[in-house]
Design a protein around this ligand. Structure first.
Ligand SMILES: Cc1ncc(COP(=O)(O)O)c(C=O)c1O
Length: 463
């Protein structure tokens, strides 16, 4: 467990900064040592020194072998992998779930896509605000003969349209299996979509896939309070190290729904080649193809302990305090002619949002800066922000008022293309800039970011 650092640093405007500034110095020295202002926590979190030291001491202190054998090296790995699994289930209060290790949230979502029984008159409903790793499930659904529909989000505030969603969920067509997918928190706007939709959808006969990848880094997910059928998570988004490990949490009573179409090493209890039969494992092992990442999985235990050492409620409050500091200062920025310097997409009242904002910057005449331009300028100052569409085309198409007709015209006019080509064809902008905060973020990081954006005051976009 990490200890709370006992270092007094200068007071700042942001509540609880003494603790978090000290934590930054003690646990995240890589940021200041490299003169980095890192503001892409929704992309990936930073790892603490404690995590790295603890994990490397673990590796140096034992002999690890391929798990699931009786030899001592194997037994060490098996125990540590199972300890991590247990820790994850405890962390999410998920006693009645299986925890399937995957390489990331995408790997978790792919299992659902591949194995959910869409073929028997299946239906897939998803929010327009989804990561492409959820959007892509529609291709499994479609290719198996199922149908899908998007529930829109409002242009004004990027919140879901409750009326349309309710209607889609109340659809009384006799679908055999129906899956509803939504992100607990948007990876672009930071909007947290209400978790009550899990229960609403389930009461109407839907299975629910909750993509929790952007939610769980700053908010506790308690799977006794809400009980989605499937949950996807990437651990590097919560605590930075290790990358390459995620999980799919599957409610035990819904495990039978996922139809695995092949078998592989580690997923079976018996296989014959003389007689073409096999028995699949009856738990998480069924979906863990081949050898799990047994050297990195134990670092998940350390990461979760580190987070527990700080406390998720404290992390959540810190994120809110950082956003309370940042947003009014950004929105106050104007050109001298009174035009807005930037526009933050999403709700004005951000009480139900996480630590992520998406925005565009405009010049003195109201012309939007291309997002690549902003990211390049920021990079020159050692500021890591993200730009583009963030693998979430629904938000970008909504923000840029693209219509289904014009998008369909574009896609049917060529065999391949990209956003640049699309912007030229449609004569519309695409993309935005995303800023996100995390455990090591300080007021100084935010001040640097605000100063950077202020540099565009009274400037013109160069042709
Ligand atoms: C909400 C959401 N879902 C899914 C993903 C995909 O995660 P990964 O790339 O780790 O598989 C991300 C990544 O940014 C995300 O934010």
């Amino acid at each position: 467990m990490t200890t709370v650092p006992n270092v007094v640093v200068q007071n700042s405007d942001i509540e609880d900064s003494t603790f978090f500034n000290a934590l930054r110095q003690q646990e995240y020295p890589q940021l200041d040592a490299n003169h980095q202002v890192y503001l892409d926590y929704t992309g990936g979190n930073q790892y603490s020194s404690t995590q790295i030291k603890t994990h490397f001491a673990r590796l140096q202190g034992a002999v690890f072998g391929n798990p699931h054998s009786l030899n001592p090296a194997s037994a060490v790995s098996t125990k540590m992998v199972e300890d991590a699994r247990k820790k994850i289930l405890e962390f999410f209060n998920a006693d009645n779930y299986y925890c399937i290790f995957t390489s990331n949230a995408t790997g978790a979502l792919k299992i659902v896509g591949e194995c959910y029984p869409f073929e028997e008159n299946g239906r897939f409903v998803l929010l327009a605000d989804n990561h492409n790793s959820v959007n892509g499930i529609r291709e499994y659904c479609h290719s198996k003969g199922g149908s899908f529909a998007y529930s829109p989000i409002h242009f004004e505030d990027l919140e879901l349209d409750a009326g349309v969603l309710q209607k889609l969920l109340e659809d009384d067509t006799p679908y055999r299996h129906k899956l509803f997918a939504f992100p607990a928190q948007s990876n672009v706007s930071g909007v947290r979509h209400h978790l009550k939709w899990i229960q609403t959808a389930q009461a109407l006969g839907w299975d629910v896939l909750l993509d929790a990848a952007a939610f769980v880094p700053t908010t506790q997910l308690n799977l006794q309070e809400v009980t989605p059928d499937f949950v996807s998570v990437s651990f590097y988004k919560i605590f930075g190290y290790p990358t390459g490990i995620g999980c799919l949490l599957v409610r035990k009573d819904k495990f039978h729904l996922l139809h695995k179409r092949w078998f592989a090493g580690g997923t079976v209890t018996a296989v014959s080649i003389f007689s073409p039969h096999h028995f699949l494992a009856g738990n998480h092992e069924r979906f863990e193809d081949g050898t799990v990442n047994y050297l990195d999985i134990p670092a998940v235990t350390t990461g979760l302990e580190f987070i527990e050492g700080i406390g998720m409620d404290r992390i959540h409050l810190r994120m809110e305090n950082l956003m309370h500091y940042l947003i009014p200062r950004l929105t106050a920025l104007q050109h001298s002619n009174g035009r807005e310097l930037l526009h933050i997409f999403g709700p004005r009242n951000r009480a139900a949002c996480g630590g992520t904002i998406v925005l565009n910057i405009f010049d003195i005449h109201g012309n939007q800066y291309p997002f690549e331009h902003i990211e390049q300028d920021a990079s020159k100052m050692g500021i890591s922000i993200r730009s583009g569409c963030f693998c979430n085309p629904g938000i970008d198409e909504t923000n840029n008022c693209l219509t289904a007709e014009e998008l369909s015209r574009y896609y049917s006019s060529r065999d391949n293309g990209d956003f640049r080509d699309m912007m030229q064809y449609l004569g519309k902008m695409r993309g935005a800039i995303r800023i996100s905060v995390g455990i090591p973020t300080t007021q100084s990081d935010l001040d640097t970011c605000i100063r950077f954006i202020s540099n565009y005051i009274d400037k013109e976009v160069m042709a």
